[in-house]
Design a protein around this ligand. Sequence first.
Ligand SMILES: Nc1nc2c(ncn2[C@@H]2O[C@H](COP(=O)(O)OP(=O)(O)OP(=O)(O)O)[C@@H](O)[C@H]2O)c(=O)[nH]1
Length: 195
Amino acid sequence: MERGEITGVVLAGGLGRRMGGVDKGLQELDGRPLVAHIIERLQPQVGPLLINANRNAEVYARFGCPVVADAVPDFAGPLAGLHAALAAASTPWVVTVPCDSPFLPADLVSRLAGAAEQASAGVAVARTGDQVHPVFCLCRRELRDHLGDYLARGERKFTGWYASLATVEVAFDDQPAAFENINTVAELASFSRPA
Ligand SMILES: Nc1nc2c(ncn2[C@@H]2O[C@H](COP(=O)(O)OP(=O)(O)OP(=O)(O)O)[C@@H](O)[C@H]2O)c(=O)[nH]1
């Protein structure tokens, strides 16, 4: 799979409750919004980029890529963001990353893509140790309707969605710190780049 066949999606559509309800993707780390850190890491790994956000669309638009909101109402979780991205993307593959893991692996997409191809899987997700990180998800665009049906049934769990699909988990045990995420104001204040 070529890099240009993959749309990168920054998931920034959450409510940020543990941070007091702020728009997490716009909170600053080292003087720049989290979303800017993510774009810097993700852009070289993909073709087109999208931001998925449910608030402050005009602010996110300043980062130079299309902004898409969830179609499923009421903050249905990150799967709603993936669904919105699958509907908006024009490439055969989409990869999502959360807005709150600013030092995501530089080889994230190539490793997910290589594993998906090798296993003929439609979904590839990252894992470190026993912990699966389903919001780091590469998936085929043609799974949009399958995901739409799942959400329409009121289902919300990421792992439940892909359980019935050909899926591969890709171990990143060489760089677990790259998956650390920021949930609270205190974590934002003390967050540092992995060694
Ligand atoms: N599109 C979309 N993305 C979401 C939604 N909820 C969470 N996310 C994203 O999923 C990723 C992980 O989010 P969490 O930290 O679990 O949720 P959050 O809303 O950001 O923060 P909390 O409310 O503190 O849990 C982040 O990138 C969020 O932006 C949602 O309802 N819609």
